[in-house]
Design a protein around this ligand. Structure first.
Ligand code: F6P
Length: 565
C-alpha cells in the first residue's frame, strides 16, 4: 500500500507539458497563474488597511484553508504586520473537527458568509477551493465575486479541467458549478479572475480528495502566499522560477517522507490491527502537527463511515492552540474535546493494549512535555509510536526516541537557523499529512472498508455524495440508475415500500435522512446484488461484519446462483 500511495502521490509532481488538455502543476500556464495570483497577494499586503485575502472551502479544503491562514497570520504577527488573511469553512468551525457535509450544498450560504467577512473592504482576493470543482458553497461565493469585480478578485483552485466541473443543479440556483468555472475562465482573459486547475491524476481511493487534492492545495497556496510575502516585504520579485522553486521544495518533502516506507508500513499495519480489533487510534500532536492529526482523523467519518472515536486527534492546549475564529467549542460534544489534558482525563484511564497511540511532534516542540506524556501512556500500553521531525544539526535526543515502539523519525537537511521558520514547519506539516493519510487510509483498507478502490461505506450526507453512492452501486451491480436509486432510497428510509413522498422528495431530503443511518450503500448493494429484502440484506451484513467480505460474499453467491440457473 505504501508503494501504491507513493506512486500515486508522485503524480502531483509529474512533468508532462505536452498534453494541451491536462495542465500539470509544473506546466508553464499553471506556474504563470500562480505568479499572477502571488502578485495580487503582494498588492493586498501593501495595502493592508483596505484589503483582505479570504481562503474558503468545504471539508478538507476548508480545513487546509484554516491551517494556511492560521500559519500565515502567525508569521505576519511575528513580523509585526497586519494579519489580513481570513478563512471560511462550510458549516463553521465545528466542521474542522466533524463532518458537516450539508452546508456544502448551499451556494447562498457561501455567498452570504463571504459578504459578511469582507464588509467595508475595498480589495478582496478570494480563493475558493474545490478539489473536484464541485462544491455549491464555493460556486455561490465565486458567483458573488464575479458580480462585484470592482472589489473582488476571485481565484478558483481545483483539480479538474473546466469542462469536467460539476454540472448538476444547485439548491435554489439557475446556474451550476461548471457555469461559474466557465465565467471565471472568460474573466481570466482580462486578469479579473483566475482559475488554477492542474490535474493531479486519480486519487488512490476514488473521490478521496482529502489526499492528493488536500496536499496539492497546501503546496500551491503556501507557494503563492509566501511568494507574495517575499515580494511585499523583501523586495523579491515573483517569477516563474521562484514559484517552481517552492514546488520543488515540496517535491523534496515528498521524496524524503516516502523514503521512510518501512516505518510507514509498520504504522499502517499497527493502526489496521487496532481498527480490526474494534479498538482505537489516537493521534497526540503538538502545534500545527496536532491540527494535521485532528484533520486526518475527522475525515475518516464521511469517507469510511467510521465512528468519530475510531481514529481521534488531540492537540496540546486544545482550542487555545488551534486559534480558530469561534474559540473553544468543547461544550458541543465529545468530538470537540481535543486537548492533551482531555486525553489524559477521559481516554487514558481506559486505554488498552489494542489501542494505538501515535505522537506527532518536532524537535522544537516542548520535549519535556512529550516525554512526560509518553511516560504516562507507557504505563498503560506499549502500543505507543511516533512521527517526529528534527534537523541534522538539532536532533531529538535518543532517550526521547527510545520511548516509542516504532518511530518514523525524519531528520531534515536544513540549517538550525531554519528551525523556527514557518517554512520549516509547513514542510513538517506536509510530511505528517502524507504519513497520516497513508496510515488512516491503509488502516481502513485493512479493516475492509474499501472495495476495489472505492469507499464502499461512505456517508451519504450531501448531493455530491448521493450521486457518488449511485455511481458506486451502478458500477458494481451493472444495474440501471433507477434500480440503484430505488435500492438506495429503500436503505435510506429503511423501508421496503417507498411512498410517493419519499420518491418525489428532493436530494437534500434524502441526504438529511441518510446522514442519520449507517451502512446505507452496503445495504443497497446487497439488496440489488442478492435480490433480497432490506431485512435479509441487513442480516447478511451482520453475518459479515467486514464490509468488503460482505460485498465479496454476495457477489460470489450471485455468481454461483447464476451458474446454477
Ligand atoms: O462532501 C464531502 C467532501 O468530499 C469532503 O470529504 C471533502 O473534503 C469535501 O467534500 C470537499 O470537496 P471539494 O474540495 O472537491 O469541494
Amino acid at each position: 500500500m505504501v508503494q501504491i500511495l507513493r506512486r500515486c502521490d508522485a503524480e502531483i509532481f509529474e512533468k508532462k507539458d505536452h498534453d494541451p488538455f491536462h495542465q500539470r502543476l509544473y506546466s508553464s500556464a499553471v506556474i504563470q497563474t500562480m505568479v499572477d495570483v502571488a502578485k495580487r497577494v503582494e498588492m493586498m499586503l501593501r495595502d493592508p488597511e483596505e484589503s483582505v485575502i479570504v481562503l474558503s472551502g468545504c471539508g478538507t479544503s476548508g480545513r487546509i484553508a484554516f491551517l494556511l491562514v492560521t500559519s500565515f497570520n502567525e508569521m505576519m504577527k511575528a513580523q509585526k504586520q497586519k494579519q489580513i488573511c481570513s478563512y471560511i469553512i462550510a458549516g463553521g468551525d465545528r466542521a474542522m473537527l466533524t463532518s458537516q457535509e450539508a452546508p456544502e450544498d448551499d451556494p447562498a450560504l457561501g455567498a452570504h458568509t463571504l459578504e459578511k467577512i469582507c464588509a467595508g473592504k475595498k480589495h478582496v482576493l478570494f480563493i475558493g477551493i474545490s478539489c473536484g470543482m464541485s462544491a455549491p458553497f464555493v460556486a455561490g461565493q465565486l458567483d458573488f465575486c464575479l458580480q462585484h469585480l470592482d472589489i473582488f478578485t476571485p481565484v478558483l483552485l481545483g483539480f479538474n479541467p473546466v469542462h469536467m466541473a460539476r454540472s448538476e443543479p444547485m439548491q435554489g440556483c439557475s446556474f451550476h458549478f461548471k457555469d461559474v468555472a466557465e465565467r471565471m475562465t472568460a474573466e481570466q482573459r482580462h486578469e479579473k479572475a483566475f482559475v488554477l486547475n492542474p490535474v493531479l491524476g486519480a486519487e488512490a481511493i476514488s473521490g478521496s480528495s482529502r489526499m492528493k487534492g488536500g496536499s496539492a492545495t497546501k503546496i500551491i497556496l503556501e507557494s503563492i502566499l509566501l511568494a507574495g510575502h517575499e515580494a511585499a516585504f523583501r523586495g523579491k520579485r515573483t517569477t516563474p522560477e521562484c514559484i517552481s522553486g517552492w514546488i520543488t521544495a515540496s517535491e523534496m518533502v515528498y521524496e524524503t517522507t516516502y523514503s521512510h516506507s518501512d516505518e510507514l508500513a509498520a504504522l499502517i499495519h499497527q493502526a489496521g490491527e487496532s481498527l480490526r480489533m474494534k479498538a482505537h487510534v489516537y493521534y497526540i500532536g503538538w502545534g500545527t502537527l496536532g491540527i494535521i492529526g485532528l484533520t486526518d482523523a475527522s475525515e475518516c467519518v464521511p469517507t469510511y463511515g467510521a465512528d468519530f472515536d475510531d481514529i481521534r486527534g488531540f492537540i496540546n492546549n486544545g482550542f487555545r492552540e488551534m486559534k480558530n475564529k469561534e474559540g473553544d467549542l468543547s461544550c458541543l460534544g465529545p468530538e470537540f474535546v481535543i486537548g492533551h489534558k482531555d486525553f489524559v482525563d477521559t481516554i487514558l484511564p481506559s486505554l488498552s493494549q489494542n489501542d494505538m497511540v501515535l505522537f506527532l511532534f518536532a524537535v522544537n516542540d516542548d520535549l519535556h512535555e512529550v516525554t512526560a506524556l509518553a511516560d504516562q501512556v507507557r504505563r498503560r500500553t506499549s502500543n505507543l509510536h511516533a512521527i517526529a521531525h528534527d534537523l541534522e544539526k538539532f536532533t531529538i535526543p535518543e532517550t526521547v526516541c527510545n520511548m516509542f515502539g516504532t518511530i518514523l523519525r525524519i531528520t531534515w537537511p536544513f540549517s538550525s537557523e531554519e528551525v523556527n521558520s514557518v517554512v520549516m514547519r509547513q514542510r513538517w506539516e506536509l510530511s505528517t499529512k502524507w504519513c497520516l493519510n497513508a496510515i488512516s487510509t491503509g488502516a481502513h483498507v485493512l479493516k475492509g472498508k474499501v472495495y476495489m478502490n472505492y469507499m464502499i461505506d461512505l456517508r451519504v450526507s450531501n448531493s455530491k455524495l448521493y450521486t457518488r453512492a449511485i455511481n458506486i452501486l451502478q458500477r458494481f451491480t451493472g444495474c440501471s440508475k433507477s434500480e440503484c436509486v430505488r435500492a438506495l432510497l429503500r436503505a435510506i428510509y429503511s423501508t421496503e415500500d417507498l411512498s410517493e413522498d419519499m420518491t418525489s422528495a428532493d436530494v437534500w431530503k434524502h441526504t438529511d435522512a441518510a446522514n442519520r443511518r449507517d451502512r446505507v450503500v452496503p445495504t443497497a448493494l446487497v439488496m440489488i446484488q442478492c435480490g433480497c429484502t432490506l431485512t435479509e440484506a441487513r442480516h447478511h451484513l451482520d453475518c459479515h461484519p467486514v464490509i468488503r467480505d460482505a460485498v465479496n460474499a454476495c457477489f460470489n453467491s450471485s455468481k454461483t446462483k447464476s451458474t446454477v440457473d
